[in-house]
Design a binder for this molecule. Structure first.
Ligand code: HAM
Length: 470
């Protein structure tokens, strides 16, 4: 009996196996959790953000720094600090084949400081102003606006202790979103020097200990591990405790107070609006004095204000960017005493906030503008068309085309949807005659011209749009 059952099972397995082979199942791959593709339809946004970041860098004289994605793990552990979420929970750390402990960079300020020391940048005229754009990695809990690989644009000013450097960086952040057309709110605070913060922490811990029973589990842990992060808690039950907590500003000595006042005066002078935020402390350990964060001003029409958004659970994810002063970092990493400040912006979050804002306000995304669309009919024309497109491109004209469509009607429909001012039409007859048709897409008027003259003629016709712009 037992033998019979086993035999049956075997036969079933066999049948299953042969069905699988006949279906020829090929494994498809999914993305790793928290990773995402940036698809062609996103390109217009990403390109725009990159242009703005690059133009601002050029204007405010930040030079491009690129560093490896992989660095010694200790570089980040020492600079960002044990007890922070990034170091304790979110680092991609592993051993390479030589047994070195390496990490995928979770941010780039530590790498910038390492590069500054390693390449002797203190020998250059100070400050040294660096900017970067690239992927960062954090093993975060993936959700809206939180990825495990994401991109940042960042700006760092090393070798300048003056409040003007803080203000200049905040101005760059402000201009970034102004150029993008996304209304934001900048939250700002001072967390003082490490001595001032130490004294403040004592009183903060004392206060929170007396309220221990009202706190969420995370805050109970923060109380021992990283008390400043108590101020960052978004849990409903901790809000009343947080509201009455001692404020760091009252622990600042004269010099720190003056520094902060001057930063604010600069911002007033520059007409850069800001919100004073006594609970803003940032999640990385290297900060001293000025800290700031950028939030979208409104989510959707009639949506929540920046303040209520920031206080909610999605608040932490909706910070578009942040930064501050880190006067001790370079020295702590073995360099000379070098006051410094900087900030970075999350690109994914900025693109997503921009899209939400555009949707809510019915703003259309920018479309790529072409000078003309080249339509072709027949094999000979197609061969000639590719050459013509290349020649026109080399002369500086932007020509679109679609070789997968054969009928003139469908090609002109594409031209119409692209809103190009002119279509160039090349049929068999035109190829034989060495001519091409220029069609005004608005009026429908067509003229036959010599192929050799089309470039100049088209440029002349297009120049009327330049006159319109004046
Ligand atoms: P951060 O606040 O950790 O600061 O990150 C800056 C921005 O990166 C955030 O505001 C957010 O937009 C984006 N970001 C962070 N984590 C994620 C994530 N998991 N998914 C998507 N976006 C994320 C820094 O990184 C500092 N290095 C800033 C700085 C530069 N301070 C001084 N200089």
């Amino acid at each position: 009996m037992l033998k019979k059952k086993t035999k049956e099972k075997k036969t079933k397995r066999k049948a299953g196996a042969s069905a699988e082979t006949s279906e020829k199942k090929i494994k498809t791959y999914a993305l790793l959790r928290g990773m995402h593709d940036i698809l062609p339809r996103e390109e217009k946004y990403w390109k725009n953000l990159y242009h703005i970041a690059e133009n601002l860098a050029e204007h405010f004289q930040f030079s491009r720094l690129e560093t490896p994605l992989l660095e010694e793990a200790n570089l980040f552990i020492r600079s960002i600090g044990k007890g922070t979420d990034v170091v304790d929970k979110e680092m991609y750390i592993f051993e390479d084949r030589d047994g070195n402990r390496v990490a995928l960079r979770p941010e780039m300020t530590a790498s910038a400081a390492r590069a500054y020391i390693m390449h002797g940048m203190w020998n250059q005229p100070q400050p040294v102003k660096l900017w970067y754009w690239g992927p960062m990695f954090r093993y975060d809990r993936p959700q809206a606006g939180r990825f495990r690989q994401f991109n940042q644009a960042g700006y760092e000013t090393l070798g300048d202790a003056d409040p003007v450097a803080d203000a200049e960086l905040i101005l760059v952040a402000h201009n970034f979103y102004k150029d993008l057309g996304l209304p934001v709110e900048i939250h700002i605070n001072s967390i003082g020097t490490s001595e001032e913060r130490q004294r403040y922490k004592v009183s903060l811990v004392e206060y929170y200990r007396s309220k221990r029973s009202y706190l969420c589990d995370d805050c109970k842990q923060r109380l021992n591990k990283n008390p400043l992060r108590l101020l960052d808690c978004k849990q409903e039950r901790c809000q009343p405790v947080k509201e009455d907590a001692p404020q760091i500003i009252d622990w600042l000595e004269e010099e720190s107070k003056n520094h902060f006042t001057k930063v604010l005066e600069y911002l007033d002078e520059l007409d850069v609006p800001y919100v004073l935020k006594s609970t803003l402390v940032r999640g990385l350990d290297y900060y001293t004095r000025t800290v700031f964060e950028v939030f979208p001003q409104a989510i959707g029409e009639g949506g929540a204000s920046a303040r209520s958004v920031e206080q909610s659970e999605i608040g932490r994810q909706s910070a578009l960017g942040g930064g501050g002063r880190y006067d001790l970092l370079v020295e702590e990493m073995g360099g000379r005493p070098t006051p410094a400040a900087g900030f970075s912006l999350g690109i994914e979050r900025s693109v997503s906030a921009l899209k939400q804002y555009m949707d809510a306000n019915q703003i259309k995304p920018p479309v790529q503008k072409f000078d003309a669309f080249l339509a072709q009919l027949g094999d000979h024309a197609r061969r000639r068309a590719l050459k013509a497109i290349n020649e026109l491109r080399n002369s500086g004209l932007k020509i679109d085309y679609n070789f997968s469509k054969n009928s003139l009607k469908s090609q002109l429909e594409v031209a119409n949807s692209l809103q190009v001012p002119y279509a160039l039409i090349l049929g068999q007859k035109e190829v034989q005659d060495g001519t091409i048709i220029i069609r005004d897409m608005e009026s429908g008027v067509q003229e036959i011209v010599d192929q050799k003259k089309v470039e100049n003629l088209l440029k002349k016709k297009l120049s009327r749009f330049d006159d319109d712009k004046k």
